[in-house]
Write a protein that binds this ligand. Structure first.
Ligand SMILES: NC(=O)c1ccc[n+]([C@@H]2O[C@H](COP(=O)([O-])OP(=O)(O)OC[C@H]3O[C@@H](n4cnc5c(N)ncnc54)[C@H](OP(=O)(O)O)[C@@H]3O)[C@@H](O)[C@H]2O)c1
Length: 312
């Protein structure tokens, strides 16, 4: 296991879990005095888009630190470029016997990868496949941000924006660090497809299809039958996985990362730490979104959970 990487992702998961627990215990009204300022900053850092609205007028200095939510597209531009570069490097190393860039070897060692570890062809293929899935996911999300989703004037905090950029650089680099050391020895890969590659890709396609459908449902809430944007307000979505949870696109995101853990053959502890991070990150966003719907729509379906059907 890449010990340092795993620890970093586990720490990040713990931070989001703590934020989720703190939010669940937070008072309905902001406390006064110094606690009030800390409470305001905390809320500003965990909320974005529609869940930031309706919290009264935020101080001017806090509003200076916000950027449009439509800039989500920048995350995927960075991801498509960076993870595309990593994919090309890895592909050339695996199939053309070329060496990985020289900076990767010290990075491997620094992040705890055992430099002597030799992987099987199946393990080497897993890392390549996961990087390809991650890149395809970023391409689809970029296309959805540009051509599917209808954004309102919602905002995100500049810290969330910077975090999002760094996240997509880190997640691809994490996949690259799962590449066994023998890729560097110039031994070409002979592709060995295992059952878990097939299962992982099938779960990935299934979750991606549902995530796309749910994002189309959200976009259609703001369009007329002819496809013209007629509103930028928020209303209650129905259909597909929305019948079970408030944030099925977040649930699908979680499934996409689980599908990558399956593609790694279930045993990659570092990647399960990434999955934990996605779980707590999306759970926090889903809880806030669920509360937003319940607060603003009195007839909101009672049986809907926030993130995971029938459970949470
Ligand atoms: N891997 C990660 O760490 C990570 C982190 C965050 C997000 N994501 C993924 O990125 C995708 C988008 O996330 P998000 O947080 O931006 O989703 P979101 O807040 O639900 O927004 C998605 C789109 O739908 C619109 N929308 C949301 N609720 C609506 C409603 N009730 N009525 C009409 N339109 C509505 C939004 O417009 P507005 O402009 O009004 O918001 C936006 O255009 C998700 O699939 C999520 O899983 C991944």
């Amino acid at each position: 296991m890449s010990a340092v990487l795993g620890a970093a992702w586990a720490l990040l998961s713990a931070a989001f879990l703590s934020a989720l627990l703190l939010q669940r215990c937070a008072p309905a009204r902001p406390p006064g005095g110094g606690f009030g300022v800390v409470f305001g900053i905390f809320q500003d850092l965990i909320r974005y888009g529609k869940t930031k609205r309706g919290r009264g007028q935020r101080p001017a200095w806090l509003r200076l630190l916000q950027v449009p939510k439509r800039w989500f597209a920048h995350f995927y531009v960075v991801s498509v470029l960076w993870n595309g570069f990593l994919l090309i490097w890895l592909f050339r190393a695996e199939f053309l016997g070329e060496s990985l860039p020289s900076w990767i070897q010290p990075m491997h060692r620094a992040l705890g990868r055992d430099s002597q570890s030799e992987g099987t062809d199946s393990e080497r293929f897993s890392a390549l496949l996961v990087l390809l899935l991650l890149w395809l996911h970023s391409c689809r999300r970029l296309a959805e941000c540009l051509w599917t989703s209808v954004f309102s004037s919602g905002v995100i905090h500049v810290v969330q924006y910077c975090f999002g950029i760094v996240y997509y650089l880190a997640v691809g680099s994490t996949v690259l660090c799962q590449v066994p050391a023998n890729v560097r020895n110039g031994k070409e890969l002979s592709v060995q497809i295992s059952w878990y590659h097939v299962v992982g890709v099938m779960v990935y396609i299934w979750a991606s299809l549902h995530q796309h459908r749910c994002l189309v449902i959200l976009a259609n809430l703001r369009k007329s039958k002819s496809g013209k944007v007629i509103s930028l307000s928020h209303s209650v979505p129905f259909g597909d996985w929305f019948e079970r949870v408030s944030c099925p696109h977040y649930f699908a995101e979680l499934l996409i990362y689980v599908s990558m853990a399956i593609t790694f053959g279930f045993h990659n502890v570092t990647w399960w730490c990434v999955v934990m991070y996605v779980l707590f990150n999306q759970a926090l966003a889903a809880v806030l979104c669920h509360e937003f719907y319940q607060k603003n729509f009195s007839s909101y379906p009672k049986h809907r959970k926030a993130l995971i059907p029938f459970i949470f």
